[in-house]
Write a protein that binds this ligand. Structure first.
Ligand SMILES: NC(=O)c1ccc[n+]([C@@H]2O[C@H](COP(=O)([O-])OP(=O)(O)OC[C@H]3O[C@@H](n4cnc5c(N)ncnc54)[C@H](O)[C@@H]3O)[C@@H](O)[C@H]2O)c1
Length: 271
């Protein structure tokens, strides 16, 4: 079988790294794209140890010119692009009115514009692949449940789901599958690098993450299955699937349930 080629953003840590290693086990060649070159370099060592190969590509997903330059560089040496994984993302917590507009812009630039730029820049190259191709966009369970205190994150991830659903229809005629990944909390570095309006919000996010038994490797395995089966949605672990179904049955009930925890956090922040 001929070699497969993928671009993975946010490949220097967490889910991006886990996906890179999972694809490497199938012998893929990967562009490990991240602002954290040292992290990508570590991922590359793991990729090679797992049986794949690749290259570190410095990429700030918020810069469309950087995306265009990446495409031209890769096109000059790669025969085709089989998979684009828009995974780079950051976390932000803070209620509307409290969270600064600067933090809003920061997260929208990375989590939403970063994915838009990736799809916009690479879609024609994917369409040109005669064997078909795939796009994976990492969203979150946040796109489904819209928990209070996380508006900026929720908005970016709901945007990613909407973009993915639209692309699903647009790209079917080109034999390009699309997957929107909606995980609940799993252990990565996202809280450490994230911005939070109050210490209580960071504390709550840390608690939710450290209480999760789900790992990046498990999420990556689910994503590979979804690519193989051309599935649009990935919800993981079971809790995310539960909320996904409950939201359809009782949308307001879910919002009431989710906001209970926020009332406790808000009380902690009060002077
Ligand atoms: N960890 C969770 O609980 C969780 C849950 C749901 C969704 N997600 C999503 O999973 C994705 C991966 O996050 P993670 O949890 O592995 O976090 P992580 O912090 O471990 O990894 C994120 C990576 O993105 C990179 N990145 C940040 N800004 C970038 C930019 N401007 N350009 C290029 N790369 C950039 C970081 O350097 C880092 O290597 C994110 O989109 C996140 O929102 C995570």
């Amino acid at each position: 079988m001929s070699k497969k080629y993928a671009i993975i953003t946010g490949a220097g840590s967490g889910l991006g790294r886990a996906l890179a290693v999972a694809l490497a086990k199938r012998g893929w060649h990967l562009a490990l794209a991240d602002v954290n070159d040292a992290g990508s370099q570590e991922t590359l060592s793991l990729v090679r140890a797992a049986g794949g190969d690749g290259q570190v590509e410095h990429l700030d997903v918020t810069k469309v010119e950087a995306w265009e330059a990446l495409r031209e560089r890769l096109k000059s040496t790669w025969p085709q692009l089989d998979l684009l994984v828009n995974n780079a993302g950051v976390g932000v917590g803070g209620e509307v009115g409290t969270l600064s507009l600067e933090d809003w812009r920061w997260i929208v630039d990375i989590n939403l514009w970063g994915v838009i730029y990736g799809c916009h820049t690479m879609v024609d190259w994917l369409k040109a692949n005669p064997a078909g191709a795939h796009i994976v966009n990492t969203a979150s369970m946040a796109a489904i449940v819209s928990a209070p205190g996380m508006a900026s994150y929720n908005v970016t991830k709901a945007g990613v789901v909407s973009l993915s659903e639209t692309l699903y229809g647009e790209l079917r005629p080109y034999n390009i599958g699309v997957t929107a990944v909606c995980p609940a909390f799993f252990q990565t570095n996202i809280i450490t690098s994230g911005r939070f309006a109050t210490p209580a919000q960071r504390e709550m996010a840390n608690k939710l993450m450290s209480g999760s038994k789900c790992t990046a490797d498990q999420v990556a395995a689910k994503i590979l299955k979804a690519i193989d089966r051309r599935r649009l949605y990935v919800t993981v672990p079971g809790m995310a699937t539960f909320f996904w179904r409950l939201k359809r049955l009782m949308p307001v009930g879910v919002l009431k349930l989710i906001s209970k925890r926020n009332i406790q956090v808000a009380a902690k922040d009060r002077p």
